[in-house]
Design a protein. Structure first.
Length: 133
């Protein structure tokens, strides 16, 4: 049951990141490489666990930082992008009635770049804090 919940939630996170990237950069983001990358990263945590259980500790330690860092990056991207989506929804639905002459929503490209910048800063800070231990 846990794996079903995990793969459902994690695949929806990847789909959300893909849709945001596709809206921001429609000519750059292609579906086939994105699907391959998403599948590799979705099954990465389970793969790391299976490699570790099978005794391939070196390879599991080698790929584990990339797999788990991507999990954190995707999570923070989804959280930050959802906050911008809620702002856009609020601006479109509620504020439209009050301020009809202003456009207060954030476009796809500025939203993606803002969220990506925040995620890079937060991830860099996280790596810095972990390396100081």
């Amino acid at each position: 049951m846990f794996l079903v919940f995990f793969f459902t939630l994690y695949s929806l996170m990847h789909f959300y990141v893909y849709r945001k990237a596709k809206k921001a950069f429609p000519q750059v983001v292609h579906p086939i490489p994105a699907i391959i990358f998403s599948c590799i990263m979705m099954f990465g945590p389970i793969g790391v666990r299976m490699l570790d259980s099978a005794g391939h500790h070196g390879f599991a330690r080698f790929i584990s930082p990339a797999v788990h860092a991507w999990m954190a990056i995707a999570f923070w991207f989804v959280v930050a992008a959802a906050a911008i989506d809620f702002w856009n929804l609020f601006a479109r639905v509620l504020l439209r009635r009050i301020l009809t002459s202003r456009k207060l929503g954030i476009g796809p490209k500025p939203a993606f770049l803002t969220v990506a910048s925040l995620v890079v800063i937060a991830s860099t800070w996280g790596v810095y804090k972990v390396s100081r231990r």
